[in-house]
Design a protein around this ligand. Structure first.
Ligand code: ATP
Ligand code: MG
Length: 410
């Protein structure tokens, strides 16, 4: 029997890897250009990190983690990377570095979800985290960076939604108001929402269940949601963010129902969607998490960041051009061919040749099939006179030149 890859995972084949390289190179260039440095953390961490750092009222921690026991130690494949980055920040004493600290990452994440379009069990995220700045200018910088990256990839149909969910102080009051409003109908809510009611009623606003959505659609709740429940500091922070977004010419809408999936968010939360995607239309989610570093045992440190799903971006971005080789050496003199191939490669010219040493025409055929720019032909005559024939495979023009002049012609 053939063994298949686990459900919800994909191979990135050699035919497609250039698309990933394209996206990753764009990320690297753009983020490093803004002085963000790449961080790479382990793919598995202590389960406790996510329980504490993502929060146990979230779907991610309650239902979606790949957890395994190794020698009585509970480990989990990372479902997201902010908790890992913050753990590394604390463990490596990065707070001693000159701040603020700007980090970016890319890599696979794992969530046990029902696989469907745009929803995988192993998927890839690219993300940024900015630690050490409390003011909204940091929120604006990371949002701008997200928009720039999406722009670079030519992602169509984007919209940005923002909200301010307050700080732990002002949120308490808001939580109580929501609790009071939903309490009479609580037994009609889904099982998840009943748990959320106790742990974090804000998350009920985010429920995808149709019945819950209808139950939440009351005048009383609308009024609570639309009331300016956040404190002065949070409200100033929000105004300040809006001002920076205007300066940066970034369009946005305010969505007071936007609460996002992670427990640790404070003040700013945002999401970017594309209307070119189907049901799973979120390409980027992020927010401020001023409490997280402390929750994980570090010094109180404000921070803000986001993550994007690379598969979702790939589904709607215009395909880049595949990587191809520049030269294909065509010859039946394998010794001479070998020398020339490595000479070209050593000068940084991507080159291949026919390892099977097939007939001349077959080799020329292969050069075209590989979409090489040039066939570099070493026939008997060429070899006898120390020459090569360079054939431009686009225009079919060819020229015989002395071998030492070849670099000028490619
Ligand atoms: P969703 O509401 O779609 O489940 P989320 O709020 O769980 O998203 P985040 O945890 O904010 O997602 O992750 C950031 C981004 O990662 C999402 O906007 C999405 O593009 C991507 N993403 C999340 N889960 C998956 C998945 N299972 N498969 C593919 N991409 C995903
Ligand atoms: Mg999710």
């Amino acid at each position: 029997m053939i063994i298949k890859a686990p459900k919800g995972t994909d191979d990135i084949t050699a035919q497609d890897s250039y698309i990933w390289q394209f996206m990753e190179n764009k990320a690297q260039n753009l983020f490093e250009n803004s002085n963000y440095k790449e961080i790479r953390t382990p793919i598995f961490e202590s389960t406790e990190l996510f329980q504490r750092g993502v929060g146990d009222s979230t779907d991610i921690v309650n239902k979606e983690m790949y957890t395994f026991i190794q020698k009585e130690r509970s480990l989990t494949l990372r479902p997201e990377n902010t908790a890992g980055v913050v753990r590394a920040y604390i463990e490596n004493g990065m707070h001693r570095l000159p701040g603020p600290l700007k980090l970016w990452y890319k890599g696979p994440m794992f969530r046990y979800e029902r696989p469907q379009g745009g929803r995988k069990r192993q998927f890839h995220q690219v993300g940024v985290e900015l630690l050490g700045i409390q003011e909204a200018i940091a929120d604006a910088e990371v949002i701008k960076l997200a928009m720039e990256y999406l722009d670079e990839l030519n992602i169509p149909g984007l919209s940005l939604e923002i909200n301010n969910i307050g700080c732990p102080e002002c949120r308490n009051d808001f939580r109580d108001k929501i609790r009071n409003a939903v309490q009479p109908g609580l037994n009609m809510f889904c099982a998840d929402c009943k748990v959320r009611y106790d742990k974090n009623p804000l998350r009920m606003l985010d429920c995808k269940n149709q019945t819950c959505k209808e139950l939440l659609d009351t005048e009383e709740l609308k009024e609570i949601i639309n009331s300016d429940y956040i404190c002065q500091e949070c409200s100033d922070h929000f105004d300040s963010l809006k001002n920076y977004l205007d300066i940066l010419n970034i369009e946005y809408t305010i969505n007071k129902k936007l609460v996002r999936g992670l427990d640790y968010y404070t003040k700013t939360v945002f999401e970017i969607t594309s209307n070119n995607l189907g049901a799973q239309n979120a390409v980027c989610g992020g927010g401020r998490y001023d409490g997280l570093v402390k929750i994980l045992g570090g010094k109180d440190t404000p921070a803000v960041g986001w993550a994007m799903g690379m598969e979702r971006l790939m589904a709607i971005m215009p395909a880049p051009k595949p990587n191809k080789i520049k030269a294909f050496v065509v010859s039946n003199n394998i010794d001479k061919a070998l020398e020339l191939v490595f000479k070209l490669r050593s000068r940084g010219i991507s080159t291949d040749f026919d390892l099977a040493n097939r007939k001349f025409v077959k080799q020329l055929d292969k050069a075209s099939k590989l979409n090489a720019d040039y066939a570099v032909i070493l026939g008997e005559d060429e070899i006898n006179f120390g020459k090569v024939t360079v054939k431009n495979l686009k225009t079919s023009e060819q020229q015989t030149i002395s071998e030492d002049k070849i670099f000028g012609h490619l």
